[in-house]
Design a protein around this ligand. Structure first.
Ligand SMILES: Nc1ncnc2c1ncn2[C@@H]1O[C@H](COP(=O)(O)OP(=O)(O)OP(=O)(O)O)[C@@H](O)[C@H]1O
Ligand SMILES: [Mg+2]
Length: 368
């Protein structure tokens, strides 16, 4: 999941510690100059709450302890006002700071545990989807490997010929390198998808993520006699995402679409993936299909965990997709596709500059 970021100066120096120190100094000053009846020290609670938001547990304890020490010091230094009232106020402030720190840390720990459980679940469902695509992935891998064997044999023949033809042999060797790179890329992609642990958010072009994801499902699409069209917008602005997670969302939507059209006769099985930008600064990805549509499902439960209408479905694909998209600051929704069938879309907040990505076809039918 994406991390919370600490305020930083353009030079990269964190503003947070300085802001907390200034705030603490201001509270300390006011607490010391006002009389003992005024419990200004309770405002240290705000510092503790900010610290919990951005700092780790050990640092929060240090901040809370420092706030308590300042509260006591103010109490000792303050001369004006009633001493018993000051004692009560000091005790209330200390309790407020301590209890706030304790509760906020417990909440943060529970949130972290929930995030970790969710990440583990996302990992399990990702591996499950890849398991369903094993045949397709093996086929994708077999193609370059078979080509490597063919070109290897060709190179040997050109070199063994009398006279030897080094130019042809070199061309065959180049094709071997290209195919080996293709196989390596696929394996890298698979390793990234099966890896555990938090990913990294980077600025990327959604069109490229779609192209990468399609290499995993292309054979599955062909095996199911599905006609897949991609309609990618030119010059999409980049999005800051964890590519593995967004690939997981696209995979889930495409696998659902393939499953939805599988009940149709082969010639009318169509799936389309499209991208667009809306003026509000969002990149939209839509996966639509010519399947039976959403009539057979309870639409307000589609994104609920464990909601499924399939005999061997888990009902986790859309739930995980929603949590991934929302953790990236986007939204996911379902509707009817143009003619019939369903259309699932998700949005991601876009950055400023457009990424020019040559080599991704616009409105290109991939397989019939
Ligand atoms: N393209 C689609 N067309 C029609 N219904 C769909 C489509 N995609 C999803 N649904 C409905 O939404 C339900 C939930 O989908 P979701 O992907 O969460 O789970 P699933 O596909 O049933 O199981 P799995 O966890 O294995 O993906 C599906 O069971 C189906 O009823
Ligand atoms: Mg599914």
């Amino acid at each position: 999941m994406l991390r919370r970021s600490v305020m930083t100066l353009p030079g990269g120096r964190s503003l947070l510690p300085a802001s907390l120190v200034v705030l603490a100094a201001a509270i300390f000053f006011v607490d010391t100059v006002t009389n003992l009846e005024i419990a200004v020290a309770v405002f240290y609670v705000a510092i503790v709450l900010v610290a919990v938001r951005y700092l780790d547990q050990r640092r929060v304890v240090v901040v809370a302890s420092a706030c308590m020490a300042l509260t006591l010091l103010s109490f000792i230094l303050t001369r004006a006002g009633s001493f018993p009232a000051g004692m009560v106020n000091c005790a209330i402030s200390l309790a407020a700071i301590g209890v706030t720190a304790y509760l906020a840390l417990r909440t943060a720990a529970a949130e972290a545990a929930a995030r970790q459980a969710q990440a583990q679940l996302a990992h399990i469902t990702r591996v499950t989807v890849l398991g369903e695509l094993t045949a397709s992935i093996a086929h994708e891998l077999n193609q370059p490997l078979a080509a490597i064997v063919i070109n290897g044999n060709a190179a040997l023949r050109w070199l063994g010929a009398k006279p030897a033809n080094p130019d042809e042999a070199a061309q065959a060797a180049e094709r071997i390198v290209r195919d080996a790179n293709r196989a390596t890329d696929l394996i890298k992609r698979l390793r990234a998808l099966t890896k555990r642990g938090p990913g990294k958010a980077v600025w990327l072009d959604v069109n490229q993520i779609i192209a990468d994801t399609l290499t995993l499902v292309r054979s599955e699409v062909a095996r199911n006699h599905v006609s897949l069209a991609i309609d990618l917008a030119d010059e999409l602005p980049p999005v800051q995402v964890d590519p593995v997670q967004i690939q997981q969302v696209i995979l889930n939507l495409v696998v659902n679409a393939i499953e939805a059209v599988s009940a149709q006769p082969a010639p009318s099985r169509a799936v389309e993936i499209s991208t667009s930008v809306v003026p509000a600064g969002q990149v939209i990805v839509t996966v639509s299909d010519s399947g039976g549509g959403l009539g057979g499902a309870e639409q307000d439960r589609l994104f609920d965990a464990f909601y499924t209408t399939k005999p061997d479905g888990m009902g986790m694909g859309l739930a995980i997709s929603r949590s991934i998209v929302e953790s990236h600051g986007g939204r996911i929704w379902a509707g009817a596709a143009g003619g019939r069938g369903a259309a699932f879309s998700f949005s991601l907040p876009a950055g400023k500059a457009a990424i020019h990505e040559p080599g991704i076809a616009r409105k290109a039918p991939v397989r019939k």
